[in-house]
Design a protein around this ligand. Sequence first.
Ligand code: TYM
Length: 364
Amino acid sequence: MSVPVASSVPVASASPAGAGRSIERPRVLSGVQPTGALHLGNWLGAIRNWVALQSDHDTFFCVVDLHAITVPHQPERLAEDTLSTAALYLACGIDPQKATIFVQSHVSAHSELCWLLNCVTPLNWLERMIQFKEKAVKQGADVSAGLLDYPVLMAADILLYDADRVPVGEDQKQHLELARDIAQQRINARFASRDSAGQPIPILKVPQPLILKEGARVMSLTDGRSKMSKSDPNEGSRITLLDPAELITRKIKRAKTDPQMGLEFGNPERPEADNLLGLYALLAGRSREAAAAECGSMGWGSFKPLLAEATVAALAPLQARYHELRADPQHLGEVLSQGRERASAVAEATLERVRQALGFLASS
Ligand code: TYM
């Protein structure tokens, strides 16, 4: 089956130099690591928002497989997890006719720009990163240089596409600030040339984070004070997008509660109530007010089956679509190969701009 993909959409931009975009449509880039099964946090915090953006933005969504090897990984799982993550993008509603979907390692400009940015990024900016500190503690003496460098590769991902907006969950805010600082202070401020009026011509676009309030921080089912995460060794702490109905029901049944009656938002003493009620609102398609009114006087025993039912119903169509997509590997392969083509064209142009600004000898 041939796959129609997003046409090459030039977008107007006063900057950066040479971006060559001619129609106003803000550019968006985001990605998820193919490290095990995607969970409700990845969906509600990130991918759900991508779907909403794809109609009126020029969207690029990559599966960030180079990031997935910054912690010890299983080589025999990497390709399968990469395909499964790409299939989940489509199953969640990303449309290859509107968005460019690709695999990060298929576009070599990501690694190359990462190196150029490495050479201008102060080491102490990276040592300050909260996620590095958290993950490094878990790795002990085995922590890789790649883990420290993770945010620079992420900056390269974003800056290569002149992204205006980067839709992510709350946990990525600091990485986004780093990408902005690298673009602004370490590339544009140092290397920009000037136009005839003496104004600097930026080399890289400075991106904005796009973090929606609702769903930006989905918490663990077993501890309402820590984030739902793929790396939590307790599988009961998260609901993955491919969990079967019985497993979802079981995980919710075992989710941590507190001794109080009634679900409510915003009580700092009741993080589990806040998290599970928030999940219910998002998954059942209710406003927060309507969810709070419906569940405000419910006990946990009545609320949990309601949440389980809403979760199963929200995931069922996505799961059906996922299994259809995995049954047609040729289609998925075509989506990714056409995505790579389009992504490479944009990324190579930006990389060339940076190479020139940094003074490299042109290859002929
Ligand atoms: P990853 O795979 O850890 O997470 C992917 C996306 O899911 C969001 N997220 C959450 N949102 C709400 N609640 C949670 N519990 C939760 N857990 C994860 C993350 O914020 C993220 O948006 N470093 C990125 C991957 C990346 C990237 C990029 C993102 C690499 N290059 C360029 C944007 C642009 C990450 O966190 O992956």
